[in-house]
Each structure stands twice: as structure tokens, then as C-alpha cells.
Design a protein around this ligand. Sequence first.
Ligand SMILES: Nc1ncnc2c1ncn2[C@@H]1O[C@H](COP(=O)(O)OP(=O)(O)OP(=O)(O)O)[C@@H](O)[C@H]1O
Length: 809
Amino acid sequence: MLRRTVSQAIRRQCQSIDSSVRTLGVSRQRFSYSSTPRRGLATIRPNDLLADEQEQKESADPFRQPASSLDPFQTKVASASSPSDSSKHGPSHGSSTCQSDPCKHEEAKAEVAQQIRKFLKKTRQRARAGMKADELMVKCPSCSPGKPARLAYSAHLNTHTGSFVCTSCFDQGSWDKYVQLANRRPFKNTIPKRNTADPAPFYFAEDLLTKLQHNLVRHEHIYGTLTGTEKGQLRLKPEALREFGVALGYVDPGKKVLHRVGSLVDGNDNSVPCLVFPRTAYSTNSFIKDGEQMGGLAANGKQQHHSVALSSMLKDIAGSDAGADSSGASGESAQSEYHTVQLKIVGWNTADIEMYYPVDATQPGLFGFHIADSSGSSEVILTGHELDAVAAYQETGIPAVSLPRNAYQLPLDAMRALERFERIYVWLDDDHQGAEAARLITRKLGVDRCLTVHSRGDNPQGPKSASIALARGHDLKEMIDQARPERHDKVLDFAALREAVKFEVNNPDLIRGVESTDLPGWNSCFKGLRPGELTILSGPTGCGKTTVLSQMSLDFCKSNVSTLWGSFEIPNVRLATRMMSQLAKRDITKSPGEVEFWSQRFEQMPMYFLKFHGSTKPRTVLNTMRHAVYAYDVKHIIIDNLQFMMSMQAKGMDKYEAQDSAIATFRQFATEENVHITVVAHLRKDQPAADIDINSIFGSAKVTQEADNVVVLQKYGAAESKIRYMNVLKNRFDGTLGKIYIQYNPESLSFREIPPPRKRKNVRVLAAAKKMSMHDKLTQETLGIDGGSQSDMDLDAISLAKEHEDEEP
Ligand SMILES: Nc1ncnc2c1ncn2[C@@H]1O[C@H](COP(=O)(O)OP(=O)(O)OP(=O)(O)O)[C@@H](O)[C@H]1O
């Protein structure tokens, strides 16, 4: 409702490019989940680009405590406070006393809880339950001020210690720090004045979910495909589908953004059926307002983990203004511990529809969380897709949850939900992308407690996933029994590699990287975007390097390649605006009314932006990249461009040395973190297209030696031509070189691939164009145009033909 749209951002950008630069150039966050603190995370989501200038100015507040190596979830409030501080902000107990005396420990916890209660009440926060029993979701004192309430509750607060960590800006610290920051930069009440506090968290109405579940049962074909046991049917049991809450809704494909979840219930002629997967979380019953939200998923009478103390704390914080709610809540609390906080809606038989309602959940949730959390099991299965989770749970009896996005991302919220499990079976699609993601996720969750499940086993024709395995009648229990730990040694013997080699030889198609949907010629040359590689993209100034790269990164992002953009040359707002036009396939600045729609689509994609601009230390960039790989499972990183990033960084070295060393670190990073890095580098100097070769790239030969792929984007034809070609000068994967011709469309700010000159089909146009140089009039007649209205396309065709007059037979 108070969403700041990109159109506003664009308007501001037009008013003051300078302020955008300043705004987005602020690097301010730090965060650590590991024992070694990682500093300088400066990534932003597209939505953050919409934040207003005031908030960004505030973010430059120099009040920052140094990054602490303390694990916030083990730190006692008192131990982080000086005695005088604690008298003001924290309890006065000492942690050592607490540990030795259980009574005192309980007292201390109660004291912390009391302080948290008071402070949250004072700051009028509607705290929500977190992903752990002793956790509250509260506003982050570092990044929430100025944000709308639905985005502001991003800090996880430990109710026993008072320490917090924010999963949006990654700031963290003790309760003292929380209080100090919140007092310095009070949370703005961004909701309408008549409300005195933030709105309650959003839960789905139980009767609505029931209707959607009935839809599923009523749809003969889909329900039959899910539950039938014939060939091609999935063999899922109705009770398993019910337990997870799988349902069916109808979406009008023309709209693709749901404004009312009720519209899912009844389809019309245009709507297409979609599977609806509920994401569940602990409920925050005491905040429920009459008529606003209702019901949820009960845990079928199984053990309930949500701590009584936390419920009472939430109730207490709600205080008098939630008084009317508490009575209803207490009855409900006995009935249901978990609620549906978000729906994932996926088109049946169409990959075009994947949406979330609401787009920003007020609480993090997971598909299957209510089953896993209430089970008391110390084991859990983590799948990539929802139906795989249902299949795995049904067949093995081990609770299963699925990753929230199709991009194989494990967000920090989800990591917290999995913290209590001693064994995690990572069961993603058994293909190249799934295997890479499983490795990454295993490293994040801890190699020692994760086992990877391979549903294909030794058979390349075997089932790719748990649900396909079930559909084909395989024994899923056996697959779980054969799950293997990921190897994490630095040195491998051939025995360890043998299986991988066998797999590569038997499955040449599966080891291809992620393919581009826009540029088939690029696929034929490179065979997809592979992790662990470094690509250098170069070309003359202004020839469209950023444009083509932003289009390609969007393209891969649509195929779930989580991407991090480091735009050191143009401000993030301008880059995001260009990308949004590319996504919409038309210039979005000319249709401000559509900005909201496309912002929502954009926001669904795993795209992140580095908050750096201009000259930045490579080490700082590297630390941030490492963190983004960890926190957002980033698989493709783009640095645009190397010269801008390195300007003024060559202290004590010459320019070339500094650049070589940066490239060497990027190379190492790509291998170590198994991500694809694309670096834009300038040419040594603008030179005729025919003279450009691999030695034309700025810097020493090391740059192109380190790179796996080297591509130069070159202009084709006359100065005003919109045709370019990607000249592939190095391809370490299989050596295929060549030229990929593309033509720019200023309306959609995008390129489309065109056939190479000699193969162009429009011979008539070429022939006509050839004659034009000699007989203008005749040419115009042949092309069927009058002299003054030649389209850009025709002009390009003409210049293309002119260029190749000699080549044509
Ligand atoms: N083939 C093309 N024909 C005409 N205009 C283009 C073409 N490609 C890109 N443009 C436009 O030219 C401008 C510069 O493009 P872009 O920023 O992508 O170039 P670049 O090579 O990255 O520039 P730089 O060398 O400054 O980094 C943009 O406004 C873009 O819309």
C-alpha cells in the first residue's frame, strides 16, 4: 500500500542523478553467521531500489558498532553490556552465575523477556513468531526505519538473550545495540495515522484454503494425475496431499498478479488451473484481529513445539490494543499452532505462472514446516520442489520441507527453520544444476549433518526427482538409505572423480550449462552458462555491453540462476529500470501505470545488486560477493566494469598489475565458490573492428589467460547501425569460436538474434540494398518504401548488405 514504485525512483533519478549515485553508493551492512565475521555485505534487492532518499541518507549514519565475532545466539545480553549500560538497557545479571545456577538462569531469562516486552510495547511493534520456538520477528533497527511495515519485520530476536540478527541488511548484535540503534533512529510509523500500531501479521483464512483444497479434489484430471497409479500418474496419497495442504486455484494468465486471493477460488473461461502450495509458520495468535484473519493448519494433534513463554510474550506485547483479540486467540492457540503465511501458485502444465501471494509474506514460512516442526523428528528431507517433498514424506515417513523458490535458494530464514535437525537429506533434482545446488546448500547447512540423495543412482536414465521416482514405482526408502555425504576434501583421488567422469561421458546433455532462451547462437557456441568459469566481455565504448549483459542476466535469472549485479558504472536504479523494460519487452518509462505490475514480476526473480559505485577495493567487493553466495545462493556474478571498479585502486602498483591481481582473485573465487563470473573490461583503445583480437583487451595477457571465455561485442556496419556481433575469441569448454549476430530494438531496449550475413533469408532486401548505392530510386521501389520512411531495420539490412558486397557471391 505504501509501496514506493520504481516510477517514483525513476522520477527522482531524472530529478537528480547525483543523488541516486550518492544514495546507492552507500555500503553499510555487516553480518556474520560464521565464527569469522564477514564484513561489508552491500547487496540490495530490486525493491530496495525503491527506498526513498531520506532513508538512504539515514543509512549513512556513522553510528555503527564494529563487526562483532560474537555469535548473537549464544551471547548473553549482560555479557555484552557494561554494568552502566545494562542498568539502562539490559538486565543486571551475569552470564556465568546464570550457567551455574539454573534458578538464576531462569530469572535472567525472565528479566530479558520483560525488557524485550517493554521495549517492543514502547516502540509499538506487532512482533511476529519466528522460525524457531524462542524467536521473535521484530523491526530491524538498522534497516527498518522508513520501510513499510510489511517489509520492516526482518530482524530475528532471541527471546532468551535479546540478541538480534537481520536477514535483510544482516546487521546483528546484542540487545543493548538493538535498543541504542532503535532509540537513535526511531521506527517511523508508516501506516495510516488512525492506526496506532503496525498491522497484525497476515494469515490465510481456513475456509478459503479448504475451498481451494476442494477445488483440487473436484478437478478430475489433475487430482487423478496426482493420486492415480497408472503410467504417467504420480501415486501421491490423498492424505499426504491433505497434510501438506496442497490445493488448486485458478489464475487469469493475462493478469498474473493476484490482487485478491479470493479470485483463486472460482475460475472463469480464461483462467488456468494452478497448484497452490501453502507455506506455514508459527502462528502469532495473540495478534489476530476479529474478522481479519482466521484459522490455519493444525498439526494433527502431534507434539507442539511453540513455546508457551513465547506465546505469552506475544500476547503481553500486544497489550491493551489487542485485548479484544486475546480472548479469541487463546481458544485458537489450543487448536492451531501453525498458520499459512504465504501461497506459492504454480501453473499446471504451464511454466509461465509462478507467483506468490502475498508477494511479501509478513512472516517467513516453508512448505511442510508445520509437519516437520511438530514431528519432533531429528531428521528432515529438503527438496527442491513441493511435490517432491510430499512424495518423499509419504514414502519414507521422514518429514520433508521444500526450498521456497525454484531457484534452489536457501534463504537464511529457512536455514533457521532447519537449525534443530541433526540430519538433513538434501534431495534436489539429480542433474547438473541440482548437484551444484546440493553442494552449495550442504556447505551452508553443515557438511557433517547433510547427506545428498541421488535418485538416479548409477543409471543416467533413472528418475530425476523424488516425485518422478515415485511415479515410476521406485523404492524411495532405498534411495534415502543410499544417501551420501558430500566430499569436502581439497584433494581428490581418481576414485572420487570416477563417478563424475562416468556421468559426464554418459550424459553430455546434462553437463551443459543453463541455456539462454533469447540467444540460441550463444548456446551453440558456449553450450550454456556453467558454474566455476570466468567470462570477459569487452567491446568499444557505448556499443551495448551493459545492455546485452543485463538482457542475458535476466534471461538466465528467469531460468532460476540467482544473479548478483555489480554495476560500478551506471547507478542501480537506472540499471533496474532498463532491466524492467527488457523484462516487459517495451520501454517502461513510457508506461508509468505498468511499473507496479512489472516491479512485482521483477521482485519474484532471484536478482540482487551490489551497493557499490565507482572505485571500490577488490577485497571489499570480494567479501561482499562471498557473502552474497552464502546468503542468496548466487550463481552468476557480473562486474561492470573492471576499469571503473579499479580506478584509483592501483596503490603502489601499476594499473596493469592491479588489474591482473583483481582478475586472478575473481578467477580463484569462481572456482572456489563454483559461480560463473562475467567481467566487463574495456578495450585498450577504440580500433577498427577488423583489428580487434584477444590482445585488444585492456590490461596484460594475464586477463585473457585467466578467463575461460573471451567475447568482444562489436559494431556491425555503418556508425548508426543497430547490429552487433558477439565475437567469441576464447572458449575453454570445447573451443568453439564464432560470431553471434544480434540486432538492437530501442523499443524494448533488447537485442534479438539475427542470422549471420551470408545466411540471411531476405535476399530480396539484400539485393535491393546492394543496388541502392547505385540506384536509390530503384532500391526504394524494390523495398516498397518511400525515401523518407526507411525503418531502422531496413537501414541495418542495407548497411549489412553494403558491408558484405564483396562477400556475396
Ligand atoms: N546496438 C545498439 N544500437 C543502438 N543503441 C544501442 C545499441 N546497444 C545499446 N544501445 C544504447 O546505447 C547506450 C549505451 O549502451 P550500453 O551502456 O549498453 O553500452 P556499453 O558498451 O556498456 O557502454 P560503456 O562502454 O560506456 O560501458 C544505451 O542507451 C543503449 O540503450
